[in-house]
Design a protein around this ligand. Sequence first.
Ligand SMILES: [Zn+2]
Length: 436
Amino acid sequence: MTKKRWTTSWRIITASAALMLFTQAPLASAEDLSELKNEKQQIEKKKNDLDATIQKKSDQLQANVEKQQAAVEKIQALTVQIAETNDKLFKLNQEITDTNQEIEELAASIAELERKIEERNELLAERARAVQARGQVSYIDVLLSSSSFVDFIDRFTAVNTLIDADHKIIEEQEADRARLEVEKAEIEKRKRELESKKAEVERLKATLAEQKAEQDRQIAALEEAEAKLKKEKQLLEVEHEDAVSLSEELQNKIVAEQQRMAEIARQQAAKAAAAQQQRQAAPSGGVSDSAVSVPLPSTSAGTWTRPSSGPITSNHGWRNIGEGDEYHYGLDIGSAYGSAVVAAADGVVSHAAPLSTYGNLIMITHSIDGQIYTTVYAHLSGFNVSQGQTVTKGQQIGSVGSTGRSTGPHLHFELHTGAWQGQRVNNINPMYYIPF
Ligand SMILES: [Zn+2]
């Protein structure tokens, strides 16, 4: 027995101690039967509790899966929104590029106009210089040199026409330039608006990305919780299976117990005589029952002998094999699969059948110097004896195996004073009695 879960299973077995009452007093039968029924009710209650707990885990798993589904849907919606935002950004960038193009074109037009105005100014200046150079005259000179009033009017009109024409051209050009400046200012304003919109969309995109990351984190956490719930549910289901099989066993035992009680009464009466006969007939440590020839552990002198050869791999008492402190009610003896398991002392086989997590189990009831002892041999691969059979110290009763809840071939051996009433009752350290 090497798992913590054992402890729980063992507790069930311990609770159902009454089913294995190898008592020597058949008078206790009715009482034991009611106790068995009681234990069965407890097992049924445990089974129902487990059913409810498993249902709860299932509900939690369902809720978890639904949350994951919701998160996946959110992520899908966010992904669509992010794609839309990217599309918007692409379009805005396109608009900004176009606007920049317009601004550049307008700037070019303005530069062209400015160049033209400059040219015109140059032209006017040149014309003025030409007039002066031709006759060293200015507009004033032209006017002052009039020969008559009519001539003056003619000259005045001509000069004015010249000035007006120049002014008109300049004004038109200035107006064009002003118009272009306004247009440019408007477009620049539009560009600033576009850029502000772009910044806003980029902020939205960042927010969406953050929301998506949050959903991703939630899914990861939910998946972790789901794995944990599944594992917990699995463990509960194993426990539930144990409870169910034990419950069925108890049902059968209740029926069998009535017959067994009568049988024990006869058995006990015959026991003393039979044991006496056996001692007279066989010299010592008879092995004739064994069909397969395997080496037996050397038999110690005295009342007790070790039940199997091989090292003790786990002692009696408190131990921690990595899953917290637990009490080990027996000794584990590491032996190869199929190695001989022998009776630790003379006695009567009081149980030889599988029992729940013990696997194939033999119990021997010993009567030594007026004291009853029970030895327990668990996880056997097979039986060499059957219930009710008288055995002698060192006689092979079975073979080392790994049946029941066991992680590898070994013999789990327990010693109890009195008839067996459950693992925890009257459980003693075999080392106090048996020379290992
Ligand atoms: Zn053990």
